[in-house]
Ligand binder design. Sequence first.
Ligand SMILES: [Zn+2]
Length: 476
Amino acid sequence: MIKIYNTLTQKLEDFKTVEPNKVKMYVCGPTVYNYIHIGNARPAVFYDTVRRYLEYKGYEVTYVQNFTDIDDKMINRANEEGIEVKEVAKKYITAYFEDTAKINLKEEGMIRPKATENIKEMIKLVKDLEEKGYAYASEGDVYFDIEKYKENYGELSHQKIDELVSGARIEVNDKKKNPLDFTLWKAAKEGEPFWGSPWGKGRPGWHLECSVMSYKFLGKDFDIHGGGQDLIFPHHENEIAQSKCGYGGNFARYWMHNGYINIKGEKMSKSKNNFFLLREVLEKYEGRILRFFILSSHYRKPIDFSDEELKMAEQGLRRIENTLIRIDEELENIKDIQDENIVELEKTYENSIAKFELSMDEDFNTAKAIGAIFELVKSINIYLDNGITKEGKETIINIKNYIKKVMIDVLGIDIKYEKKIDSNLTKDLIEFLLEIRIDAKKEKNWELADKIREKLNNLGVEIKDGKDKTTWNLKN
Ligand SMILES: [Zn+2]
């Protein structure tokens, strides 16, 4: 049984879906006014892994993630770049897909609606809220009236109305009746993009789009709503108010929130200049390493981002890959001897499968699940010290396929491992490099000749220049 920590109840709850065997999930997506930073990469990778695991467990998953393509940040960026808001959106949505392709998000079947494609539906929700008495118009703006919903407002952030008023950064203006009232529709200023509405020219408030798009694709009752913990208040609190009052139903059953990515213990921020774009990080590290790094921590905990941490993730991933390479090498040399260790390994294998699933079942604890893979890898390496026997072959192949399956399909991490290169090919390549080195020497290209010697030396090939002939041997 899968259990999810629900921010709404602050409890680990049994996961019971609205419809049997189907999971409907919505995750708040980025505002496409800039390249995404690694703080955006964390929810993208984590919720993608949630989807993958649910599919691995046999659920049919409908996954919606939006693009916010109209808001103040979009308008500011358009003015800065001297282009239209929709061009800003186009540019950064293209960049989003370029960047996230490298962290292997499963795009197949994914629904990625844009706010500007759903304006009509948003106006309809605002009108419904106004008619039901939950919203009021004020000088071309429309606000949600917290007074009408005060019994439940704050249920997700677990704060009372007065705490919210004093604690939050909320926009105060004369058009609102209550400082907590939030914008559903915003009148357009001169030169801003707008849509016609019953309240005049304007654009939707930011919170509105997620209520509308989740309803459109998932209905008024769905299973999981996810996002970063910074979205709990006011964004998600406001989504709940709009959806429950406008559409009825219970909105999302399980609210999941991921922690921040910190730099040296501090939250990333532009002002502190400790801010990394995903594409900058991907210039240095492969996406699969970043993905492995993100999943090596529990999603609700903060993670520290640093070169050291990423290098550790890289080493960890290589340890798994090297074990797979080693298995392939040993499979070419099956031993016909008594196998005293295979029973032990089979046991570890079974435990590892169980532990992986138990960990993932318990609030998607990817860190613990990866730990289970490492335990298995350690045992295989001990087993391989004696070589693979006829008796052990099948188990070893099963283990290899299992590791590949959970790493690639569930955790979404590409495994890079190649079978040992044929030794004749290696020999031919070394000889070929030596020929190039001879040519280089003839042309007095000493730099290239030395480079080849050094590189081969680093790879364990020792070169000896004789009188008429160069010989080589493998160093031990
Ligand atoms: Zn949202």
